[in-house]
Design a binder for this molecule. Sequence first.
Ligand SMILES: [Zn+2]
Length: 178
Amino acid sequence: MSKKSSNESRTPTARRPLFKVRHSPIHGDGVFALRRIRKGTRLVEYLGERISHNKADTRYEGKDARDNHTFLFTVDARTVIDAGVGGNAARFINHGCDPNCESTTENRRVFIDAIRTIQPGEELCYDYSIQRDDDDAPDVDEVFACRCGAANCRGSMLEPKPEPKPRRARKTKRAARR
Ligand SMILES: [Zn+2]
């Protein structure tokens, strides 16, 4: 007399991966949808070693200032996730100025969610909104130049000037070498 479980309506395709990492025309490697992804889908957690800001500074203080690859994600004032250590595919998701995903922080964990329907083959991206610092070099927007090709591309992976977005978790520009 029991009703059918809703699980039985699932198709095998539901277990196929949603995305894969491959070379991107935007920047290095990127992450591309393999299937249609519905708006609101939680795609992946941004994983890596959780370290202090001080430790992140020390770890990458010798980094070339021209290196704009960033595998660090600021969680809060205490914690940075270094996806250069134990990171997953999330670290290859590129910045975009008209993104189809966004980063959200829940209980000090960072997730990447789809904010619109994404078609197979589309590259996943979210707005890095990299934090501006007082001691940034004058050419910091050139080092972190964006070439996403969106009509509203602001030309930089850094947060828009002059107002920061304090609500959203942001990547930092200290970075790991590939
Ligand atoms: Zn752009």
